[in-house]
Design a protein around this ligand. Structure first.
Ligand code: NDP
Ligand code: 2IT
Length: 451
């Protein structure tokens, strides 16, 4: 194609599909961004001429590797690990590691692509990456998880580093796994550096990193409501998931006087019509991070709760829905049901939890819709603050960090408003987030020339 030749959106997406066969999640994530930024892109000749979108949608590199480990019965097990380094135009690669049987290259490419824009939105100097393995932590002993993590890091260590690429947690990777991987990195390299975030507080971790994603998502909701002159107190909120993001979103809602009424796992959801108490949320945290049980057990322990096996919570009437489990867990039918039941806001705690059809429906029905790259950026933002503290070899106080998280979420909200406000004052937060995130990365890439 000659310099400056224009392809339309459909033509661009045809190329993305052709170059990424069998990678539906990646194509979906690129399409969502491309749809939103195409007009903006069209009006900036330099982005076109320099093929910026095409370049952002091609990862800098994808590393794939074998991970062998021995289970407790002495069987040799083989998993596949990856690190997708999407873009480091504005800072070292940064993004989580996911251990789940559903992990594929497509899933990690979509997550690394999204992470690139999310990290730009935080205002901190971080590029975008994601990694993980098709390892299923469910039912594994601590020793099995330790051996897997050590084997995983024995390859990953060559590709990461405090100024190169800084992984963190995601689904199936929490404090336990980060501890094992940091220990192995330190053992192999003999270096104590900020190569991972989400570390234990005793070895370089930051206060409030654990809480940051869920808390940040609720702060984002508060900002969206405040922008329309509404408050959060009293709102009934459905939440999916029962992991790190879901439990901390529920906790912050309770603190602010809202009423979280559901949590879930991959087997079903629990419903507490009167809203969870802090004690019940603590019980779920312990269930999921210490006892490693199933959410169904909650309904046995607390008679006020009902358990709905094999179902997702989107049929429960609510003011706000906060999907915090995984990608494509809220489809167009769910979106229609939510809107019909009077839902005024959907906040993506997870990455791309709404399908493309649901995204289109929610945008068209003009509910407040916060995309994951904006709403769940609090986690990676505090990871960025952990990196800063590690570089300076200091630890900030909880009060400082709480304030920084609130300020960063407000900054992200305001960037979305700047680029997403329509003529009648309605804010398209998806569009705003996509344009603001894209612009920062694109402008850095322009400065570097053709690389
Ligand atoms: P956790 O592993 O702590 O919890 C994941 C939760 O989601 C569990 O309840 C799990 O249920 C459920 N879940 C996972 N996969 C599926 C699936 N295929 N179908 C149904 N339920 C599923 O992960 P996090 O809370 O950390 O992550 C949740 C989401 O938030 C992910 O999309 C992640 O990318 C995103 N996110 C996380 C951040 C973080 O800081 N941790 C930051 C930003 C986004 P089960 O136990 O049955 O598997
Ligand atoms: O999706 C995400 O933003 C994360 N899993 C957190 C990444 C990070 O580096 O803290």
């Amino acid at each position: 194609m000659a310099r400056g030749d224009h392809v339309d959106l459909a033509g661009f997406m045809d190329g993305v599909r052709r170059r990424n066969p069998g990678q539906p999640e990646f194509v979906q994530a690129v399409q969502e961004v491309a749809e939103d930024i195409y007009d903006f892109f069209e009006s900036h000749e330099e982005y076109h001429a320099e093929q910026i979108l095409r370049r952002i949608a091609e990862p800098d590199r994808v590393v794939s590797f074998r991970v062998c480990w021995e289970d407790d019965r002495g069987n040799i097990r083989v998993q596949r690990g990856w690190r997708v380094q999407n873009n480091n135009a504005i800072g070292p690669y940064k993004g989580g590691l996911r251990f789940h049987p559903s992990v594929t290259e497509s899933v990690l490419k979509f997550l690394a692509f999204e992470q690139t824009f999310k990290n730009a939105l935080t205002g901190l100097p971080m590029g975008g990456a994601k990694g993980g393995a098709n390892f299923n932590p469910r039912g594994k002993s601590d020793r099995e998880v330790m051996r897997f993590c050590q084997s995983f890091m024995t390859e990953l260590y060559r590709h990461v580093g405090a100024d190169v690429d800084v992984p963190a947690g995601d689904i199936g990777v929490g404090a336990r796994e980060i501890g094992y991987m940091f220990g192995q990195y330190k053992r192999i390299t003999n270096q104590f550096t900020g190569v991972l975030t989400g570390k234990g507080l005793e070895f370089g971790g930051s206060l409030i990193r654990t809480e940051a994603t869920g808390y940040g998502a609720v702060y984002f909701l508060e900002n969206m409501l405040a922008h329309r002159g509404q408050g959060i107190a009293g709102l009934v909120c459905t939440i999916s998931g029962s992991g790190n993001v879901a439990t901390h979103a529920a906790e912050k809602l309770v603190q602010l006087g809202a009423k979280p009424v559901t949590l879930s796992d991959s087997d079903g959801f629990i419903h507490v019509p009167g809203g969870f108490t802090q004690e019940q949320i603590d019980w779920v945290k312990d269930l999921k991070t210490v006892r490693r049980g199933r959410i169904a057990e909650f309904a046995e322990a607390f008679p006020a709760a009902s358990y709905h096996e094999g179902e997702r919570p989107w049929g429960v009437p609510c003011d706000v829905a906060i999907p915090c489990a995984t990608q494509n867990e809220l489809d167009e039918d769910d979106a229609k049901r939510l809107v019909a039941n009077g839902c005024i806001a959907v906040v993506e705690g997870a990455n791309m939890p709404t399908t493309l059809g649901a995204t289109h429906y929610l945008k068209a029905s003009r509910v407040l819709f916060a995309p994951g790259k904006a709403a769940n950026a609090g986690g990676v933002a505090v990871s960025g603050l952990e990196m800063a503290q590690n570089s300076a070899r200091i630890s900030w106080s909880e009060e400082q960090l709480q304030q920084l998280l609130k300020d960063i979420m407000k900054g992200i909200h305001d960037r979305c408003v700047k680029w997403g406000t329509e003529a009648d004052g309605h804010v398209d937060y998806v569009k705003g987030a996509n344009i603001a995130g894209f612009k920062k990365v694109a402008d850095a890439m322009l400065a570097y020339g053709v690389v």
